[in-house]
Design a protein around this ligand. Structure first.
Ligand code: S3P
Length: 171
């Protein structure tokens, strides 16, 4: 890692609960670049939570903001950028990410994701009567698209966050 020069930003993609923020934060530390979370940037700009944005303005509005924020952040200095789980689904975002960054998919299985998200109420997409089934539906639709990322790293339970970040660097 020492002496390594980051010429493109690293963009973390993958499902909610896959560990993009945790691994991305550690990765940024290893690479000595800032860590930025696109959801946080949207929340700061809108001055409300993701759940409030979904509720008041709708998902389409959120996706619009998300695309703007990702574009702006990737125009800035090199960083590790963690994106919301849906960001990589938009072709425009994928094109931007490919042009300016290296995409890293944190691949986690459905059971692990469910364990991580089941007790949290911060994910508006899971505010349905059957959140486990909803998560599966989202997962099945997205996995083939996440697979388009430049790199996939398995987010297994037995790997520490640091191990996963080192795998990204070493790959
Ligand atoms: C979403 C994931 C969330 C957030 C929003 C939508 C998604 O981010 O952007 O709730 O479509 O999967 P995380 O993946 O960081 O939870």
């Amino acid at each position: 890692v020492v002496g390594m020069r980051l010429v493109k930003s690293v963009v973390m993609v993958g499902m909610m609960g896959s560990g993009k923020t945790a691994v991305g934060t550690q990765l940024a530390r290893l690479l000595s670049v800032p860590f930025i979370d696109s959801d946080d940037a949207i929340v700061s700009a809108a001055n409300r939570s993701i759940a409030e944005i979904f509720e008041r303005d709708g998902e389409a509005f959120f996706r619009q903001k998300e695309a703007q924020v990702i574009e702006r952040l990737l125009e800035g200095p090199m960083c590790v950028l963690s994106t919301g789980g849906g960001a990589f689904m938009a072709e425009g975002n994928r094109r931007l990410i490919a042009a300016r960054g290296v995409s890293v998919w944190l691949r986690a299985d459905l059971d692990l994701l469910w364990q991580r998200v089941r007790h949290k109420s911060t994910r508006p997409l899971l505010h349905t009567p059957t959140p486990r089934a909803t998560l599966k539906q989202i997962y099945d639709a997205r996995v083939p698209v996440y697979a388009l990322a430049d790199l996939a790293v398995d987010a297994q339970m037995d790997l520490s966050i640091d191990d996963m970040a080192r795998r990204v660097v070493g790959a």
